[in-house]
Design a protein around this ligand. Structure first.
Ligand code: PMP
Length: 471
């Protein structure tokens, strides 16, 4: 296979192969690259410093949900900054935090008892891990030996050390191994197109995965397991992969059998992104703890959180009654005000219903336009959360070599004015079995014309990129 030069970092490399250092003062992830400068964003467009206008078809990292430059949200945050910009939540709460948590708890139809507000998805996951641990320390008879977690390979739960240990996104985690948190083991993810044997029915596949989880519990000692942790729709690590019907019911049954908690990470797929406010509402399963992020604040402020059910909250209330956790900026009033306004807009404009209907059009359109493309292995997702997986050979499902960064280059090519589209790239997994993918996760308020434009533009992008690869 001859590859034409489309290495996103090629121009940054020195003649001796060493990486040149970019001119930015910011400690970026890629030190060698000078990043594009975003000067403005409005509606669903990003406006770059060089004048380029780019349609944000991934809402950043599946964050933007009502578009940018919403004056109502800006005013709400501004008013709150003037009224009470900061609140030390050790001593006080604020009306706006109370209102946001009430909204979140009520949105679960009584399933969840309390909400906890932090500033990022990783913090939310750290809080979830500690809340689950503390629950077992508090409940009587005391079960303090429950210190282990079981999660899934090819998952992502955040970048801080605890959350990283929980995840299976090898590119983001392997450099830091051995991780500080050693009491996590992992089982297989549920990915029908990649890992289900073609001869197996969905029921057989679910039974096989439930059996694997059951065996993992028995292997590590069921009385030592605190919780099973999973994303209802796997985001960054696989590219919008929902599970097959019945999977989470079967996994929860295993957790129940051994008395462990179920934690859902809905940081990326939650708060309306999947076509229901909570992704678990499509699974017929309610977690004990759920984390949320991204679409909670739609990008207007850094905000994330967790919801815990009555069992967990009552357990802690009957114990020490203190969740031994906290951050200086948790429950930040301006963040809460912005998120509350975002959620009000989503409700008033029935945007979750729009996610479901536009999502149907998007998936049909993408499948029609590029479903038969020889390098498109799979198009999957829910709501406005769709992943397109690329392979070099469709029959054998062989991924492209990692070093040509297929998804990264496609995403970068999308910014060319010929296309003017922002899509979110994801690398193939380090275990070599998943292909690269891009994520399409636009704002919840997109209309039919936007969907048609996205489908056609992604189609052209994929056609043009692969036409430059000479085999
Ligand atoms: N969990 C999931 C499922 C995520 O997708 C992410 C972020 N991509 C996180 C946790 C971490 O969130 P943050 O980047 O806000 O810390």
């Amino acid at each position: 296979m001859v590859l034409i030069k489309l290495d996103p970092q090629a121009e940054m490399k020195g003649t001796d192969g060493a990486q040149a250092v970019g001119s930015s003062a910011v400690l970026h992830r890629h030190l060698s690259e000078d990043f594009l400068v975003l000067s403005k964003s409005e509606g669903n467009y990003l406006i770059l410093e060089d004048g380029r206008r780019v349609f944000d078809a991934s809402g950043g990292a599946a964050v933007s949900c009502i578009g940018y430059r919403n004056k109502r949200v800006a005013d709400a945050a501004y008013r709150q900054i003037l009224d009470a910009p900061y609140c030390s939540t050790v001593f006080y709460t604020t009306k706006v935090q109370e209102e946001l948590c009430r909204f979140l708890v009520d949105s679960t139809g009584g399933q969840m008892a309390r909400a906890y507000i932090v500033n990022s998805g990783s913090e939310a996951m750290e809080a979830a891990i500690k809340l689950a641990r503390q629950y077992f320390i508090e409940v009587k008879p005391s079960q303090p030996q429950r210190t282990r977690f079981i999660s899934r390979r090819q998952s992502y739960h955040g970048i801080t050390l605890g959350a990283l240990a929980m995840g299976g996104h090898m590119y983001r985690r392997e450099k830091f191994e051995p991780l500080l948190m050693k009491n996590v083991s992992q089982v297989s993810p549920c990915n029908e197109s990649r890992f289900k044997a073609p001869t197996k029915t969905n029921e057989e596949y679910v039974a096989e995965l439930a059996q694997e989880l059951d065996e993992e519990f028995r292997k590590v000692g069921p009385e030592t397991v605190c919780a099973f942790v999973a994303e209802p729709i796997v985001g960054a690590a696989q590219g919008c992969v929902p599970s097959v019907p019945g999977y989470f019911k079967a996994m929860k049954a295993v957790c129940d059998k051994y008395g462990a908690l179920l934690i859902f990470d809905e940081v990326m797929c939650g708060m309306g992104r999947s076509g229901t406010l909570h992704a678990w509402q499509q699974e017929g399963v309610v977690p004990d703890i759920q984390t949320i992020g991204k679409a909670l604040g739609g990008g207007y402020q850094p905000i994330a959180g967790l919801l815990a059910n009555h069992k967990v909250i009552d357990g802690i209330a009957k114990g020490s009654s203190v969740f031994v956790h906290g951050h200086t900026y948790q429950g930040h009033p301006a963040c809460c005000a912005a998120a509350l306004e975002v959620q009000r807009i989503i409700q008033e404009e029935s945007l979750v219903a729009n996610v479901a209907s536009m999502g149907r059009l998007l998936s049909q359109g993408l499948k029609r336009r590029i479903g038969n493309h020889p390098n498109v292995a799979d198009i999957r997702g829910r709501g406005l959360f769709w992943g397109i997986e690329f392979v070099s050979d469709k029959k054998s499902s062989t991924p492209f070599p990692e070093e040509i960064h297929v998804a990264m280059v496609i995403s970068k090519l999308g910014l060319d004015p010929k296309y003017g589209i922002n899509v979110y790239p994801g690398a193939g997994s380090a275990d070599g079995r998943l292909g690269d993918h891009i994520i399409i996760s636009p704002a919840f308020n997109i209309q039919k014309e936007d969907v048609e434009w996205i489908v056609e533009t992604v189609g052209r992008l994929v056609d043009d990129y692969f036409a430059t690869l000479q085999v």
